[in-house]
Write a protein that binds this ligand. Structure first.
Ligand code: HEC
Ligand code: HEC
Length: 398
C-alpha cells in the first residue's frame, strides 16, 4: 500500500509544542538574576496555561492529539525502548509508547515546576498569586524543589530530543519537521487531522493578550515612581490597580511612637535580637541621644523587636542580614552589617549626596516600603536629584 502525505498534527498541537519548547528554553535562560524575574515568571504562567490547554486538547483535539491515541502502559513504553535498541521498533504515525511517557512526565513536571515557582515567587519575593502566604525561608526551601523539578524536566527534554533523533534515523523520516508542518506519510485510512485554525487563532489571541497585560499592566509596580517617598506610610503604593504585594509584617504602635520620631522606623527584621537588646540596654546613649525611656516602655518595645528580629528570617532582608553576620557580632547599625554594605556598594556617591537622601540611614528615600519593613526589590527606587544650579552642584560634589 502506498503511503500518503497526511495531516497528523493539528495547528494548536504544533503551536502548543513549539511555544512550550521556546518558553522552557527562555525560562531556563532567565532563571538567574532578579532583572529577568518578570520575564521568567511570565514564562512560568504561560507554561501553566499551555499545559492547561493541552489537557483540554487531549480530549478535544484531532485524533493523534488525543490522549486516547497515545495512552500506553509504562511497560509498553519500556518494551518499545528495548525494541528501539534492537532496531526492531515499529513505526507509529502518532506518538510512540516511549515518547508518550515522556510527554506525560513533561506535563506533570511542568505543573510541578509551575506550582513550586509560584511558591518561590510568593515566599522569596512576596509577589505573584500567593504573595503573603509564605515566609522568605519557606520560599527558599520551595525554590530547591522548583530547581530540582526544572532540572528533571531538562533531563526528560534531552531524552525526548534524543528519542526524536533516534526515531528519525530509524524510520528515515524527519519528526521535527512534521511537528512544524504537521504532515507525515501514512497509510490510506489513517485518521486525518483538521488544521483547526479557529482554535489556533484563539490560542494566539489569548497568549498575546496575556503578554500585553503582563508587561504593561501587571508589572506596573516596577516602573512606578512613588510620590513622597520619605513619608511612605504603608506597603500599599497608592496607584489604581497596582498594589505593592509585600506581606504586611507585624506592627506595633508603641514601637512606632518611640522609635519613629527622630528617624524613620528601622524595622526589627533588620538586626538580630541581640543587637536590639544591646541597643535598649544602652538607650540612654543612643547615638549621642538619651532616649529617656522608662523600664516598662523598654520592655514592651524590646519584646516586639525581639519577636520580629532578623534571626526570625521572616523576610529576605532578615534572612540575609542574619546570615551575613558573625554569630558574635552585635552591630548597632544596620548600615554596618556585611549584607547591607554589600547591597549598597554600587549605589553612586552622587545618590548618597542627593538632598532627598542625605544619609545612609534614610532608608525610606530609596525604599518605598521601608516603613513597613518588607524591603522588596520591586519597591526600591533611587530618587532623582533635583536639578541644581551649576554652582550648587559643584559645592555638593566637593
Ligand atoms: C531622640 C531621637 C531618637 C530616637 C527617639 C530614636 N533614635 Fe535611633 N537614632 C538616633 C540618631 C541621632 C541616630 C544616628 C543617625 C545617623 O547617624 O544617621 C540613630 C540611629 C539609629 C539606628 C542605626 C541606623 C543605621 O545607621 O543603621 C538604629 C538601628 C536606631 N537608631 C534604632 C532606634 C530604635 C529601635 C529606637 C526606639 C527604641 C530609636 N532608634 C529611637 C536618634 C533617635
Ligand atoms: C540611596 C538609596 C538607598 C538608600 C538610602 C538605602 N538603600 Fe537599600 N538599596 C538601594 C539599592 C539601589 C538597592 C539594590 C541593590 C541591588 O539590588 O543590588 C538596595 C537594596 C537593599 C536591600 C536588599 C533588597 C533586595 O532584595 O535586594 C535591603 C534589605 C536594603 N536595601 C535595606 C536598606 C536599609 C535598611 C536602608 C536604611 C538603613 C537602606 N537600604 C537605604 C538603595 C538605597
Amino acid at each position: 500500500m502506498s503511503l500518503q502525505r497526511t495531516l497528523i498534527w493539528d495547528l494548536p498541537t504544533r503551536l502548543f509544542h513549539w511555544t512550550l519548547a521556546g518558553s522552557f528554553v527562555l525560562a531556563w535562560l532567565t532563571s538567574e538574576g532578579d532583572e529577568w524575574l518578570s520575564i521568567h515568571a511570565f514564562l512560568g504562567y504561560l507554561v501553566m496555561g499551555l499545559v492547561g490547554f493541552r489537557l483540554m486538547w487531549g480530549f478535544a483535539g484531532s485524533h493523534f492529539s488525543r490522549f486516547a491515541s497515545f495512552w500506553f502502559s509504562p511497560k509498553e513504553s519500556l518494551d518499545y525502548l528495548k525494541q528501539v535498541a534492537g532496531r526492531t521498533a515499529p513505526r507509529h504515525v502518532g506518538h510512540n509508547p516511549t515518547g508518550s511517557l515522556a510527554i506525560y512526565i513533561l506535563l506533570v513536571l511542568a505543573v510541578v515546576v509551575g506550582i513550586t515557582g509560584i511558591a518561590t515567587l510568593g515566599g522569596e519575593e512576596q509577589q505573584g498569586l500567593i504573595s503573603g502566604w509564605l515566609s522568605y525561608s519557606q520560599g527558599r526551601l520551595l525554590k530547591e524543589a522548583h530547581e530540582l523539578a526544572a532540572n528533571l524536566m531538562m533531563l526528560v527534554v534531552l531524552g525526548h530530543l534524543a528519542g526524536v533523533v533516534v526515531e528519525s534515523v530509524l524510520h528515515k523520516e524527519n519528526l521535527a519537521k512534521s511537528m512544524v508542518n504537521g504532515f507525515k506519510m501514512a497509510e490510506p485510512g489513517t485518521p486525518k487531522a483538521k488544521a483547526q485554525w479557529l482554535a489556533a487563532a484563539l490560542m494566539v489571541t489569548a497568549m498575546v493578550c496575556f503578554a500585553g497585560w503582563w508587561f504593561s499592566y501587571a508589572l506596573g509596580i516596577q516602573t512606578h515612581t512613588p510620590a513622597a517617598t520619605s513619608q511612605a506610610q504603608s506597603t500599599t503604593v497608592e496607584e489604581p490597580h497596582v498594589k505593592f504585594v509585600g506581606k504586611a509584617l507585624p506592627d506595633n504602635a508603641q514601637w512606632r511612637d518611640e522609635c519613629g520620631s527622630c528617624h524613620g522606623v528601622f524595622y526589627p527584621a533588620l538586626l538580630p535580637a541581640r543587637s536590639w537588646q544591646k541597643m535598649m540596654a544602652e538607650q540612654s546613649q543612643h547615638f549621642g541621644s538619651d532616649l529617656g525611656l522608662d523600664d516598662a516602655t523598654v520592655k514592651a518595645v524590646l519584646a516586639f523587636m525581639v519577636d520580629n528580629a532578623a534571626d526570625k528570617h521572616n523576610t529576605e532582608a532578615a534572612y540575609k542580614i542574619d546570615r551575613s553576620l558573625a554569630k558574635t557580632a552585635t552591630p548597632l547599625r544596620i548600615t554596618e552589617t556585611p549584607y547591607w554594605v554589600k547591597k549598597h556598594r554600587e549605589v553612586a556617591a552622587s545618590d548618597w549626596a542627593n538632598p532627598l537622601v542625605k544619609s545612609k540611614s534614610n532608608c525610606a528615600a530609596c525604599h518605598v516600603d521601608a516603613d513597613a519593613g518588607t524591603y522588596e526589590d520591586a519597591a526600591m527606587h533611587i530618587p532623582k536629584a533635583p536639578k541644581l544650579a551649576p554652582s550648587a552642584a559643584r559645592a555638593a560634589s566637593s
